[in-house]
Design a protein around this ligand. Structure first.
Ligand SMILES: [Zn+2]
Length: 234
């Protein structure tokens, strides 16, 4: 059965999973998500980044370091201006330590949307200014997938993501260099260029504690706050 499946899927696998260096991944289950996101990285992980003459990895680092240390509104505008990522406001953790939705049993504290983000995530300067004028403390959501040209690997340390990732790295070699976020809970978001086609979302499918945020997904971005600490670019 496995063989038949492999044979049947091979042309598609070859097309999608052949790396720029010609390395072909013919494993189906795990390699699927991993190799897709490994195709390109580095500064090129930012497809919408308007590369100007003289722009370099240093320029990106400066932008991200600014985003770490500014207001939510300025950071949101910064992502739009420099990377053309679509953003939208999320609930936040209030000074009393509770989610701004005021539900004591909120299951997604400081992480759930304040707007119908599926349609409303935007790169529009005025809309962003309007949202954060209304909710200055709102955390920042970035829509992943083709909309922002991004796929993000979410490494959840509490669910064993680090061990799962290390196992994959041993097996497949290192990930390309790219930008990374330390999440509020101490995990990591690793950003990659969207490879084209459709990249779905998955939770613990690539490995325990490894989630893929692709088309129709979103991530919480720095300098958003969290119960255990702020999101920060590394
Ligand atoms: Zn809430």
């Amino acid at each position: 059965m496995a063989l038949i499946l492999k044979k049947k899927l091979k042309p598609a696998v070859k097309q999608v999973y052949e790396s720029p260096t010609g390395q072909v991944f013919d494993g189906i289950s795990m390699a699927k998500d991993m190799t897709m996101i490994c195709l390109e990285g580095g500064i090129d992980a930012l497809p919408s980044h308007n590369k100007q003459e003289g722009d370099s990895t240093d320029a990106v680092e400066n932008i991200l370091s600014t985003a770490n240390n500014t207001s939510q509104q300025e950071a949101a505008l910064c992502y739009v201006e420099h990377f053309k990522w679509s953003v939208f406001p999320l609930h936040w953790i209030d000074d009393n330590g509770c989610c701004s939705c005021n539900d004591n049993e909120c299951k997604s504290q400081g992480k759930h949307p304040l707007v119908k983000w599926g349609n409303e995530a935007t790169t529009d300067h005025d809309q962003i200014t309007q949202w954060w004028s209304k909710w200055p403390k709102a955390n920042i959501g970035i829509a992943t997938g083709a909309k922002s040209g991004l796929v993000v690997l979410d490494v959840d340390v509490d669910s064993g993501g680090e061990a799962s990732l290390n196992k994959l790295l041993d097996q497949y070699g290192p990930l390309p260099e790219t930008i990374r976020v330390k999440t509020g809970s101490g995990g990591e978001h690793i950003y990659f260029k969207h490879p084209g086609g459709k990249v779905g979302n998955s939770a613990s499918k690539v490995g325990a504690g490894l989630d893929i945020r692709g088309d129709g997904g979103y991530v919480v971005a720095p300098p958003s706050n969290h119960l255990k600490g702020n999101y920060q670019w590394k």
